[in-house]
Structures are given as C-alpha cells and as structure tokens.
Design a protein around this ligand. Structure first.
Ligand SMILES: [Ca+2]
Length: 297
C-alpha cells in the first residue's frame, strides 16, 4: 500500500509543531503541502513558525498562508498556552518563504487536479477549508477525506465548559465543514485529553536526535505554562498518529450540530438529523503514546 497523501492545515502552536515533526517522520504519510491558519497565534506567527519548523528538520514541503480571521469576528489567540509568538523555543528565523498562492487556492487546485486523492488533516480552526467549500464547491467535492482535531462530544470543552478551542475559534467554519458531505472524521477532546505528558515523564520523548531534542523542548515549553497546570495534552500529535494508524481509535457515527453563538458557542452536539460524521470516542492510550514517542525520536 502506498503512503497516504495529506495536506496539513495548522496553527503552530506547540502541539501543532509536534504534529509536524511526527508527520514528517512517518513513512506512511506523504505531506503534499502545509497550509496555515490563525488560531493559537496570529497568521504571521503561525506561518513563520511552520516555516521555521520545516527549515529546522530540512523539509522542503511547501507552505501556503491561509486565513487571518475566522468567517465571522476575530480569533482569540492562545499565547498564554503556546508562549511568545506561539512557539517560544528559540528556533532560527526561517530562510524559506510561503508560496504566493493562498491556502484556499492551493487546496482548491489540488482537489481539482487530483480528485479523491487528498486527505486534509486539519489541526486548527476550520476557516481555510470552509472557504474552499464556500467558494470552490465543485473542487471541494473532490476532497477524499478531512480528519479534524476538534470538538468535545461526551466530555467538557477546554475553552468553555462546552467548547473545544478549534471549533470555538470558528464555529461557522466548523458547521460548513461538518455539513459539507465530505467524509469527516472528528478527533476531539473525548480522546485527545487521554494522551498527555506530565512533569514526572520528562525528559519525554527522550533520545538525542535533532527531532527528539526539539520535541522535548516543545513539551517542556508547554509544561512551563501555568495555564496548563503541569499536564501537556498531545492533541494534534494524536491526530497525526491516528492518520498513520486509525486502529488506535474507536469511532462512532453521529449526526452533529455546531452551536454558533451564545454561551454554548462552539459546542459540538449530537442531533437527530443531518450529515453523519465519524467521531472518535475512545483511544488505546499505551499504543497511541508509544507510536507518538517512536516518531519523535
Ligand atoms: Ca492546532
């Protein structure tokens, strides 16, 4: 079987940075391109952080800059979790630059030219993908699958009691994506909260390679943030691990709605009609953590 062709849509962010390392170090995946979005940090920071990460590991994957703002309003960044500039680990400034084509144009073009070929792994707010669906609808129908880090179905949220960060950041975009009819897999806090590193685990993942040194540094940086209370969840890394090995997770098909406004903004809630999406409801914790570790060393 050949490698899975993926586009990673991302907002680094420390756990996004770990996810990029894992994906780059997994032969089961071929990264066609990386698209950026505002979210954990502003779009300039997330794009620069992506370029710096890929430069550091010698990757020549092309980067396409995406949305500055969500479909409605503005992002509420998470610098209190990800540190100064969204990635405070002392990486050199990038020497590579983002492509001139936008994230939205890139995803639309790939989908048009290679129907049913690409899996999009969405690790940030879903703004770029919603824009493709909204403005390039016939092209978007050619997207094979979208794997989303997002949502909290049977558990509490991490921004509010109800909402997970990525869905909360652009609930309108999440609704467009979930209602699109494209095959969607939602990997949210129901499973990602179960995969974490605590201070006593450090140094984790250990090892002395270029990748493992940076991974340890990223996790140390996360653990040093008072707002995380000494538990560092591997949200985005688990999504890449599950893209490599879907059997790590158990899934159920739900019809889902996204609450757009009010106190429950960003909530992903079961409903009785509409499109079904595949929702991760449980995870093999030891196997998932071992796979993540093996790809960071
Ligand atoms: Ca992310």
């Amino acid at each position: 079987m050949g490698s899975k062709k993926i586009i990673i849509d991302t907002d680094p962010g420390t756990d996004d940075a770990l996810a990029l390392l894992i994906a780059s170090n997994s032969n089961e995946l071929e990264i066609l391109g990386v698209t950026t979005v505002g979210g954990n940090a502003n779009i300039c920071d997330t794009t620069r952080n992506t370029l710096s990460m890929l430069d550091y590991i010698g990757s020549r994957v092309e980067v396409y800059k995406g949305a500055t703002n969500p479909l409605s309003g503005t992002f509420q960044y998470a610098y209190h979790i990800h540190g100064k500039n969204g990635l405070d680990v002392g990486l050199p400034s990038p020497t590579s630059v983002a492509q001139t084509k936008s994230a939205e144009e890139y995803i639309a073009d790939i989908s048009k030219n290679y129907p049913q070929f690409v899996t999009i792994v969405a690790l940030g707010p879903l703004t770029n993908i919603a824009k493709v669906i909204g403005s390039h609808n016939s092209e978007s129908e050619n997207i094979k699958e979208i794997i989303v880090m997002g949502g909290a179905v049977n558990v509490s949220g991490n921004v509010t009691q109800f909402a997970e960060f990525n869905i909360y950041s652009d609930p309108h975009a999440a609704k467009v994506v979930i209602d699109s009819g494209i095959p969607i897999t939602l990997i949210g806090l129901d499973v990602t909260n179960q995969i974490s590193v605590i201070k006593d685990d450090m140094p984790w993942p250990g090892g002395s390679t270029k990748i493992s040194n940076l991974a340890t540094c990223l996790i140390s940086s996360g653990l040093s943030m008072p707002s995380l209370r000494s538990v560092y969840h591997l949200h985005d890394p688990l999504v890449i691990a599950a893209t490599v090995m879907p059997d790590l997770l158990q899934f159920e098909e739900f019809k889902l709605d996204v609450i757009l406004d009010g106190p429950e903004r960003g909530r992903t809630i079961k409903k009785n009609e509409g499109r079904s999406v595949s929702v991760a409801i449980d995870v093999n914790v030891p196997s998932a953590k071992e796979l993540i570790k093996s790809r960071l060393i």
